[in-house]
Design a protein around this ligand. Structure first.
Ligand code: FAD
Length: 533
């Protein structure tokens, strides 16, 4: 019999499978799609044009996991962008961030802001460093039982408290801000000019259906800066071959460690016997048994669709139904005959700004309006678009002289306010996104040779992302750390013995980090050791 079955071959499922197999367990991964990788896949979306069709840029992938799984040996190569961000502005100016020129660029808008940049980054990095330490730890968990059961968790909480105590008072104040404030209030406290606040504030609305002035959005900003590219902290980069290169390397590593991977294999049900998970039944009706079942799915999807509700405590099930999911994201891939020719920085020959994350959202007020529009009418009259053109860094994606671009657009409503289906509006909203880029680069619309559209509903249908939620559940204070996915279940174990969770709906949350998979494997292995002794 198998030791463990992993439901879902997203990157976290693959990471978890590898750590389990490396420790000698017999593991099978069951993936519903015909390709593993979840939202980190590269696909041909237009004849001759390939792109990372959902997740599109890498930073958060944990360096320990890259090393442990020897992903470089399995073919993974990540390169840094020549410039982090480029913001074309409505008044014909622009802002560039990164490549050692941020201070000079920001000074064109405000010398005061330029002078504050180093201080700001020192503070933000202190928060990001703490997060880096926490991502590979299991959060302190609320446990039932006497003091003996609670002791290890108390020790864990004590160690964390001690770590916090060692921070200066200034750093503690900053952390409190980052965990509770809105990104808008946080950034307004540092800077005065709109473009720099927009450049940094963009991270707070990525996948977060909220205004940058919604309390808690500062944490989402922090969540996007705890990564690194080849040792360069906070940088974002590109995996050669697209995001699928990451998960294909993971799949190769997993197979080499002995993992069996089955694609086109949807799990319909978790088999329970005397209240314990014993295996799964596939959509084809095949039963597979295992000592442990580990789910890579959004926890709401797992517990409301795949597990007998009678086996779950009433309060747990009620809370799972109320698990907050739904990003305000709309994703497009476009095949381009030429590079965008920006009015504020003309030229279609590849330049550093073409290789950056191009953000169309000139101010926090613009982002706030976008959110309020989406709440009332389903999408924003002036949407937030990030455009990334990976073919400027990677010749494997498009025919010579042509390009592919990812459009990552915020804010649209996960479910439309009038109750209509996204299928009725996706083409119209896709036109709006293209027009939004075209306003700044007037050759854009006519350069589009083909396009792939993913509304929140398409993201749900294709990848199992409920409400198109890119994080498997909002990254809000009530759904983080010891409360992810729920107080009492932060240790990757649910209420059903033998059933674990290893996806982005567990600590430390969404993004291509591999951390939930890594941490869940450690807990599964702990239980195997306990039952063997
Ligand atoms: C549009 C978009 C853009 C993003 N951009 C970025 C980015 O640039 N950088 C970044 O770091 N992160 C990004 N993210 C977030 C990141 O991709 C996710 O947080 C991450 O993929 C979660 O990984 P996971 O392995 O936990 O789950 P997933 O990637 O969601 O994988 C879950 C897997 O389970 C499978 N599955 C579902 N149901 C079943 C079933 N019943 N039986 C079997 N298999 C099943 C699914 O097909 C899927 O393969 C983005 C996400 C989206 C959607």
């Amino acid at each position: 019999m198998r030791d463990a079955i992993i439901i879902g071959g997203g990157h976290n499922g693959l990471v978890c499978a590898w750590y389990l197999a490396r420790s000698g367990l017999k593991v099978t991964v069951l993936e519903r799609r015909s390709v593993v990788g979840g939202a980190a896949v590269t696909e041909e979306f237009h004849p001759g044009f390939r792109n990372s069709v959902a997740a599109y840029t890498v930073s958060l992938l944990n360096p320990k996991i890259i090393r442990d799984m020897a992903l470089a040996r399995h073919g993974l190569r990540i390169v840094e962008r020549p410039l982090s961000n480029f913001l074309p502005l409505d008044d014909g100016r622009y802002l560039k961030i990164g490549a050692g020129k941020t201070a000079t660029e920001v000074a064109r808008f405000s010398q005061r802001d330029a002078d504050r940049l180093d201080h700001y980054h020192r503070h933000l990095d202190a928060g990001a460093d703490l997060l880096r330490e926490l991502v590979l730890q299991t959060p302190p968990n609320r446990v039932e039982g006497g003091w003996l059961a609670a002791l290890p968790e108390l020790l864990k909480a004590g160690r964390l408290g001690n770590r916090m105590r060692k921070l200066s008072l200034e750093a503690q104040r900053e952390l409190l801000d980052l965990f509770t404030k809105s990104a808008g209030d946080y950034l307004d406290g540092w800077f005065e000019s709109d473009p720099i606040k927009a450049a940094y504030g963009f991270d707070s609305v990525v996948g977060n259906y909220a205004s940058p002035y919604t309390p808690g959005s500062a944490y989402v900003l922090l969540h996007h800066v705890f990564g690194e590219v080849n040792g360069s902290k906070g940088a974002w980069g590109h995996a050669i071959g697209g995001m699928g290169a990451i998960t294909q390397a993971m799949a190769r590593a997993a197979r080499a460690a002995g993992v069996e991977i089955r694609t086109d294999c949807e799990v319909a049900e978790v088999v329970l016997d005397q209240g314990r998970a014993r295996g799964v039944v596939t959509g084809e009706g095949e039963r597979l048994d295992a000592q442990a079942v580990v789910s890579n799915l959004n926890p709401r999807l797992l517990y409301t669709k795949l597990v007998d509700p009678g086996a779950l405590p009433g309060d747990f099930l009620r809370r799972m139904h109320a698990w907050r999911c739904g990003s305000g994201t709309f994703r497009m891939n476009v095949a381009l005959s030429e590079l965008p020719d920006f009015s504020c920085l003309p030229g279609t020959m590849a330049a550093e700004h073409h290789g950056s994350g191009i953000i169309i959202a000139p101010s926090l007020a613009y982002m706030e309006r976008a959110y309020h529009d989406a709440r009332s009418m389903g999408w924003s009259r002036a949407p937030i678009v990030e455009l990334l053109i990976p073919s400027t860094l990677d010749s494997t994606l498009a025919p010579p002289g042509q390009h592919v671009a990812s459009l990552f657009c915020q804010h649209v409503a996960p479910q439309l306010p009038d109750g209509s289906s996204w299928d009725l509006h996706r083409e119209q909203v896709a036109d709006l996104m293209i027009d939004t880029v075209d306003r700044h680069a007037p050759n854009f619309r006519r350069s589009v040779l083909g396009r792939q559209i993913m509304s929140p509903l398409d993201l749900e249908r294709t990848f199992g992302l409920l409400g198109g939620d890119i994080f498997h559940g909002a990254l809000s204070l009530d759904q983080l750390f010891s409360a992810r996915p729920m107080l009492g279940h932060a240790d990757y174990r649910g209420p059903v013995p033998g059933l674990y969770t290893c996806g982005a709906g567990t600590h430390p949350g969404g993004g291509i980090t591999g951390a939930p998979g890594h941490n869940a494997a450690r807990e599964v292995l702990r239980d195997f050791k306990r039952s063997a002794s």
